[in-house]
Design a protein around this ligand. Structure first.
Ligand code: AMP
Length: 283
């Protein structure tokens, strides 16, 4: 496994592989890897000949006052985990390599997908994501890129960008990986005290209740499901709801009655930590 820090070096290595007829799979991450990330890597390993994982805490997707500086980092542990999964290249560029002085070009999806859900409380976040992912796609030129369904809105936004800008890459979504008690894995879970970690189980409990109401009780009114989820989250002493919404799985617009596939998505603050979770309900 090679750890590469410059765009030129990565391009040169990948050109050789591409010329030899090998397909390239790409997994973008911000590092501090857990089994959720590793599930993307394993899926890429099975699907493509060469696997590239990027580790880059992208400053343009963090808003003022967000956790850019405190975001957890551990390159040595990350590279050990990736080497064990037979990854070919880790791309670990310094910030100046991605955003040199004078940098001034951004990619923004403006179809309404980026202003709702997480976009409402994190203005500019998705513009940072699409900019860095677009740049990384240009650098790596992958055949397939792997993204976690944990960030369902991110998947929708990136699909839109790829379609609109005719990027020659297949986007492969990978299911959410959870702890055995239900909590969706996230690098930000490390911020939680043991007490808040326990309280955070209301997220997956609320998601499970949404699934039960939909599948067992056949509830189709979105407001009934949202209200049941709100009750569960409110049981946690320190939980502050950012949003709990049911939106159509394509345009991410709120639905009243569930008639097609929908995304049930939520974001909840536990003290200074904001956690997200979601599920897709299929009609
Ligand atoms: P991040 O390092 O948080 O930017 O995440 C990198 C990739 O890993 C994104 O595509 C995430 O959606 C994905 N990911 C993060 N957590 C999980 C999880 N629990 N299950 C599946 N994918 C995940």
């Amino acid at each position: 496994m090679k750890i590469v820090k410059t765009i030129d070096a990565l391009r040169a290595s990948l050109k050789e592989k591409r010329n030899a007829g090998q397909t390239i799979g790409f997994v973008p991450t911000m590092g501090y890897l857990h089994d959720g990330h590793l599930s993307l890597v394993k899926t890429a390993r099975e699907a493509t000949d060469v696997v590239v994982v990027s580790i880059f805490v992208n400053p343009t997707q963090f808003g003022p006052g967000e956790d850019l500086d405190s975001y957890p980092r551990d390159l040595e542990r990350d590279t050990d985990l990736l080497a064990a999964l037979d990854v070919d290249f880790v791309f670990f560029p310094p910030v100046e390599e991605m955003y040199p002085e004078g940098y001034g070009t951004y990619i923004a999806v403006e179809s309404g997908l980026t202003e709702t859900l997480c976009g409402a409380s994190r203005p500019g976040h998705f513009k940072g994501v699409t900019t860095v992912v677009g740049k990384l796609f240009n650098i790596v030129q992958p055949d397939k890129a792997f993204f976690g369904q944990k960030d369902a809105q991110q998947v929708a936004v990136i699909r839109r960008m790829v379609k609109d800008l005719n990027m020659p890459v297949e986007i492969v979504p990978v299911p959410i990986v959870r702890e055995s008690d239900g909590l969706a894995l996230s690098s930000r879970n490390t911020y939680l005290t043991p007490g808040l970690r326990q309280e955070a189980l209301v997220l997956s409990r609320a998601i499970q209740e949404a699934q039960r109401l939909f599948e067992v009780d056949k509830v189709r009114e979105a407001s009934i499901i949202i209200s049941a989820m709100t009750d569960i989250v409110s049981e946690a002493e320190h939980a502050v709801i950012d949003y709990i919404e049911i939106v159509d799985n394509d345009q991410l617009k709120p639905v009243g009655r569930i008639e097609g596939d929908v995304l049930v998505a939520m974001a909840v603050w536990f003290d200074k930590t904001r956690l997200i979770d979601n599920t897709v309900l299929e009609v």
